[in-house]
Structures are given as C-alpha cells and as structure tokens.
Design a protein around this ligand. Structure first.
Ligand code: RP5
Length: 166
C-alpha cells in the first residue's frame, strides 16, 4: 500500500521529479503519483486531499510551477504533512513557485524544499524522515544513506588531495 503520494500540477513537471521516484525506490517505499491541478482540476485536488489519509497516505509531495497553489490547496484539505517542490519554470526560474509555496499564511503549513530536481530528491528524503519517526528499519536505512553520503565526500576530497599534491 502506498504511503507517499506524489502530486504534480502538470505532465510537464514529471521529468523534474525523477529523483523523488528514484529515492523512494532505493528506500523501498511504495508511492502513488497523480497529475492534479489546483487551477485546472480544482475539484479533483480537493477530493484527493480529503481522501488521502483514509487511503493510508502518510505524506503528500506536491510539485507545481508558476502560480503554484497546488501544495497549499492540498494542505488546506488535509492535516497530513505536505511537502512542496517549486518547479523551476520560465520566465522566473521557479522564484514564482517558490514564493507561492513557502509564503503560506499561518495555520496551513507547506514544507517547501529546493526548486527543481534537487528539490524532488530532498522532498523524498524529507518524506522518508517523517516515515522513519515510526519505522526503525527505515530510520536505520536513512542513517546508512547519510553515512554513505558523508563517506563519498570524504573519499572525493582524499582523491582531490592526492591529485593536486601528486
Ligand atoms: C503548473 O503550471 C504546473 O505545475 C506546471 O509546472 C505549470 C505549467 O503547466 P503546463 O502548461 O506545462 O501544463 O500548474
């Protein structure tokens, strides 16, 4: 059963979200995904958010660009944690979507991550951190991921030192 739902405002957002799907797959987390627009399919957005908790969804990730109201609209209809990924689309390279997501009025939070594909990866990792609070084995995997990441940077630095000091 899917515990994470990835919602995107348009099919055009999908390529930027590959990192989120990859991270969730690497951690063995089942997810579902839907194209739902706050503006073009407003009723579907509300219906999805209202029913997500009863379907077993624990965290909702929302990606949208331009006047990116999707994460906020979803958050307005559920108390599940909502993570927003601003899509880095033209002409403002995601600044518009970033502000639309991060500047939620008090009372309805959206945890907004980095814009674009880096944000997609971080959204998945943040969702995993939330699930890991009540899942020891997932928590261990997350800690192992962090350790491996640290070790890679240290190894990269060691290789750099060896190269420039050769
Ligand atoms: C937003 O408008 C979508 O999330 C997308 O990032 C942007 C442009 O949508 P399309 O015109 O590519 O469908 O709702």
């Amino acid at each position: 059963m899917a515990t994470i739902s990835i919602i995107m405002g348009s099919k055009s957002d999908l390529p930027s979200l590959k990192g989120a799907f990859d991270v969730l797959k690497d951690f063995g987390i089942s997810c579902e995904a839907h194209i739902i627009s706050a503006h073009r399919t407003p009723d579907a957005a509300a219906d999805f958010a209202k029913n997500a908790e009863s379907k077993g969804i624990k965290v909702i990730i929302c990606a949208a660009g331009m006047a990116a109201h999707l994460a906020g609209v979803i958050a307005a209809h559920t108390t599940l944690p909502v993570i927003g990924i601003p899509m880095a689309s033209a002409p403002f390279n995601g600044m518009d979507a970033l502000l639309a997501m991060v500047q939620m009025p008090p009372g309805i939070p959206v945890a907004t991550v980095t814009a674009g594909s880096a944000g997609a990866k971080n959204a998945a990792l943040l969702a995993i951190s939330i699930l890991a609070l009540s899942d020891e084995s997932l928590n261990a995997k997350l800690k192992a991921f962090r350790k491996a990441q640290t070790e890679k940077v240290l190894a990269d630095d060691a290789a750099l030192q060896a190269e420039i000091n050769a």
